[in-house]
Write a protein that binds this ligand. Structure first.
Ligand SMILES: *[C@@H]1O[C@H](CO)[C@@H](O)[C@H](O)[C@H]1NC(C)=O
Ligand SMILES: *[C@@H]1O[C@H](CO)[C@@H](O)[C@H](O)[C@H]1NC(C)=O
Length: 147
């Protein structure tokens, strides 16, 4: 291996460690384990301007927008009956680990599918139907309600 490649590897490794520390620092709060994640996506026929809206009529923000730095949160939908305050910040350590940095989820939506599910289920907004099949958004995770 040449010198440049070695430096590059060290750089990657270092970025990884910083990302991990960063995500652990910010993930402190009440935990719910074994939460089933699912994903939902815009259906073009529902909306003329193709911008899906959350429970307060604000634009939903997808995981992909967050990953592309076009949003500072990802919209998360949960059971309306839990009475979670709009905009409550949630950390999902399994996803932070997978993507290598901190993802800021915010509870901003609800849904008929979620009624009565309590803390057993949370739905992430994604860009397209294809994105919704990704196994990373269809697994059991831990939700941490950030203090
Ligand atoms: C997680 O949830 C499933 C049902 O969705 C249940 O069968 C399993 O026992 C739960 N595991 C834990 C550790 O609570
Ligand atoms: C979602 O939230 C809106 C606004 O609070 C409410 O009008 C609607 O009934 C809720 N829908 C469900 C399925 O909980």
């Amino acid at each position: 291996m040449n010198f440049n490649a070695l430096i590059f590897l060290m750089f990657l490794k270092c970025g990884n460690i910083i990302g991990t520390i960063d995500s652990e620092v910010q993930c402190v709060g009440k935990q719910y384990k074994n939460v089933s994640l699912a994903a939902y996506f815009p259906s073009p026929q529902d909306d003329d301007d193709k911008t899906y809206r959350d429970m307060k009529g604000k634009k939903l923000r997808s995981l992909q927008e967050y990953l592309n730095d076009r949003s500072d949160f990802v919209s998360l939908a949960m059971d309306e009956r839990l009475g979670i305050a709009y905009g409550t910040k949630v950390c999902i350590p399994e996803l932070n680990k997978y993507f290598g940095y901190y993802l800021n989820f915010e509870v901003r939506d609800n849904g008929t599918d979620l009624l009565g599910m309590g803390y057993r289920r949370a739905d992430i907004f994604v860009r397209t139907e294809m994105d919704s099949y990704d196994s990373i958004v269809n697994k059991k995770v831990t939700l941490i309600f950030v203090k």
